[in-house]
Design a binder for this molecule. Structure first.
Ligand SMILES: Cc1cc2nc3c(=O)[nH]c(=O)nc-3n(C[C@H](O)[C@H](O)[C@H](O)COP(=O)(O)O)c2cc1C
Ligand code: SF4
Length: 497
């Protein structure tokens, strides 16, 4: 076995590959070999490092330095400065954790702890950082009911938008006996500006698999599916690779760890309709039907895929589970807020200096997220509002900057965490333009099943166009509010609501 003094993780997500990441990686390996450093410095692929708009990025460990906008021409100088002379190349440097003054209590990660630190394509890397210990513990030391109780006690709430307690959801399905049960991981992630689940899967696919395995055992499901949007090609490839490795290592299949428990995991590829992220439309789509929501009740936990009890959970929700099992629900409960323990992964976009991804304690304020993780507002711009929770979210202004953001506190202001996307807007942005784009999205994505949403979004869109064209009177706003209220009260599913 070779021990390397440094690891360089280069992002090879689709955007980076288009910008030459593979060629840059090959050139880097060649340059290191030229200086006989290839046995000391390991070059690995990873998913996006989360620094969007910064071209191809690579991270150097254990130095904890991230370089951005790297091109082929930079490689010789980068190798010479950083690896031969031992001084980071400051002109390309994006981040050094200490330099950014990220407070240590905020630098805690659960879901993303391995992302960017291990090779997501090697199960041995995951095992090397304690991966699959939760699965082993669950199967060999715990009864399914103990796991459901542990997840309940942890206070973990669903990260797919609604914040429903995960353990409670599992507790409805677990006792059902004598039927095939399923677990479905919702990796559809269609909300504009949201890419947290993508980066969780790209950076650490085994963590999602481990959480899925534990969830399946807890509710007695012998088959699990990961429903993933078709555009997420790198995620699909990495997850399939991880599933194949898990079978090879006996972590999936028949009589796992001699426990008598069998489990299969399969990937289902979605075709890109936003509504297919809604759990019952997702189930319809899995069954080969058009993706439109079903009546609830019965909830999927009672009647889901092929009318069998089915647990549907978001990627981030499930990625929290291995740590809850290995470290315990007491440990988990102490992170975040009493009502919403744990961390939250956000995507930060718009007029911030460093758009990207962060994982912070639940309850972290919008101000901290923007200033500490987004690097503050872009130079010369002032904060006007942030659209928090994705397109289906709410605009939060100045007065909300210090609110502790979790499902519970935001509900007091009729706001939501939603998909975890934060779009930061400067004071030059016209909110009407933003609203037009949001309504255009929902008009396009309405599945058409019910009139309030199908026709309501069309009418809202016409009104906003009229306002933009300067052809509307104040009555138009009253009409829009009335219509929106009717849509909220009468639409069939949460998209129209
Ligand atoms: C229009 C619409 C789109 C949705 N898209 C997603 C999605 O992409 N991913 C997701 O996890 N949940 C999505 N949801 C929420 C799911 O219906 C469901 O609540 C969630 O997958 C449950 O997982 P959780 O309990 O772990 O949050 C969507 C809901 C609606 C109404
Ligand atoms: S609210 Fe919209 S998306 Fe939901 S069922 Fe009705 S038409 Fe379809």
């Amino acid at each position: 076995m070779n021990y390397f003094r440094s690891h360089i993780l280069i992002e090879t997500d689709e955007a980076s590959v288009q910008q030459g990441a593979k060629d840059i990686m090959a050139a880097l390996k060649q340059e290191l070999a030229k200086h006989k450093l290839d046995k000391e410095i390991n070059v690995l692929e990873t998913g996006s490092l989360g620094f969007f708009e910064r071209g191809v990025c690579l991270a150097v460990y254990p130095d904890n330095v991230v370089y951005g906008d790297v091109t082929l021409n930079d490689i010789p100088q980068l190798v010479e400065e950083h690896f031969l002379k031992g001084r980071p190349l400051s002109r390309l440097m994006l981040e050094k954790a200490e330099k950014k003054n990220i407070p240590l209590e905020y630098a805690k990660r659960i879901v993303l702890e391995n992302s960017g630190n291990i090779d997501p394509e090697k199960i041995t890397d995951y095992l090397g950082v304690g991966g699959y210990l939760g699965w082993e513990k669950a199967l060999t030391e715990m009864k399914p009911a103990d796991i459901v109780q542990a997840v309940k006690d942890s206070g973990l709430r669903g990260r797919g938008g609604a914040g429903f307690p995960a353990g409670l959801k599992w507790s409805f399905t677990a006792p059902i006996e004598g039927v095939q049960k399923y677990v479905v991981i919702n990796a559809d992630e269609g909300e504009p500006g949201t890419f947290k689940d993508r980066l969780i899967m790209e950076g650490d696919p085994h963590k999602l698999l481990e959480g899925t395995m534990i969830a399946a055992y807890a509710v007695g499901a012998t088959k699990a599916f990961i429903y993933i949007r078709g555009e997420y090609k790198l995620c699909i490839a990495r997850l399939q690779n991880a599933i194949d490795q898990a079978y090879e290592y006996g972590l999936l299949g028949k009589d796992i760890f001699g426990s008598g428990f069998d489990l299969e995991i399969e990937i289902e590829i979605g075709a890109g309709a936003y509504i297919c992220g809604e759990e019952t439309a997702l189930i319809e789509s899995m069954e080969g039907n058009r993706g439109i929501p079903r009546n609830k009740p019965p909830y999927p936990g009672q009647e889901g895929v092929w009318q069998k009890p089915t647990i549907v959970n978001n990627v981030e929700t499930i990625a929290n589970v291995p740590a809850i099992i290995t470290k315990g629900s007491d440990w988990y409960q102490k992170i975040g807020t009493p009502e919403c323990p744990g961390t939250k992964v956000y995507t930060i976009l718009g007029d911030v200096a460093v758009p990207g991804l962060c994982e912070v304690d639940m309850g972290t304020s919008l101000r901290t997220i923007i200033n500490t993780y987004g690097g503050g507002m872009k130079k010369g711009s002032r904060f006007k509002a942030a659209l928090v929770g994705g397109a289906a979210g709410i605009f939060l202004g100045d007065s909300m900057l210090d609110v502790k953001m979790d499902f519970h506190n935001l509900a007091e202001y009729k706001a939501v965490l939603g998909s975890g996307a934060i779009l930061v807007l400067n004071d030059a942005v016209n909110i009407v333009d933003v609203l037009e784009s949001v309504i255009r999205f929902f008009r396009h994505e309405s599945c058409g099943k019910c009139v309030p949403c199908r026709n309501g979004n069309e009418q809202l869109y016409r009104s906003i166009k009229k306002i933009k064209a300067g052809l509307a009177s104040e009555d138009e706003l009253d009409k829009m509010i009335l219509l929106a209220d009717a849509m909220y009260k009468t639409s069939f599913c949460a998209l129209g609501q």
